[in-house]
Write a protein that binds this ligand. Sequence first.
Ligand code: MLT
Length: 256
Amino acid sequence: MKVRLKSGTLNYLDQGNGPAVLLIHAFPLNHTMWQPQVAVLASRFRVIAPDIRGFGESLPPAPWTIEEMCDELAEFLDKLNVKTCALAGVSMGGYIGLPFYLKYPDRVRQIILANTRARADNDAEKAARTEMIAALEQQGAGILPDRMLPRLLKPNPSPEVVHLVRGIMANVSASAAIYAVMAMRDRPDSTSLLHRVKSPALVVAGEHDVITNINECRSIAEAIPGAQFALISNAGHLSNLENPDEFNRALMGFLL
Ligand code: MLT
């Protein structure tokens, strides 16, 4: 479905009835990465999964900051008449989801932060982002699969998941990727604000995640009062895709 926002057209999936669950995807993907969760969630909830600006069919790509994206998602929820939601973000989805909670705490009933960080990038990570932006400018989005797949997925990933993720990446424009890498590089550090999360929280880590490691995820759970922690076995960074059964059990167990 499509909705007109101040920044352009936002494409999203809207399926099922019940309390709203907002799903925010990872980089450089789109809402279809939530495929293994949608049917399960939609039996009990209204599942809302947008394509972040420039990704999927949300157009046009344009620069954004994390704070602007939080405001854009609030505008999006307003358009859909959704006052409160459970919010789940994987990786970049968490980089947006946690600041969204901190800015709009009354809109989030429950929060799920999967394979993500609360902290900002360190200097080396920022430099790697800047190098990535230059490579995207010079060589285009075709560099993404080789650069990202080995980091997003566990060693010896399932051919089906590789196929799905490659397929999503094949449609990413260089400009959408560049703007997202800039937003991630310049994202705020929310570590010292984690104690302000008062809604029930679930923090998810992947056993073989090389982007956001288990200890980093665990320390987010430890800093949020009463947060639950789930370690998804046999999964890398995209834990919802690599071990959907375990991910869905943790997700539904938390939400219900
Ligand atoms: C993501 O999976 O959203 C990104 O790869 C995270 C990152 O680059 O920090």
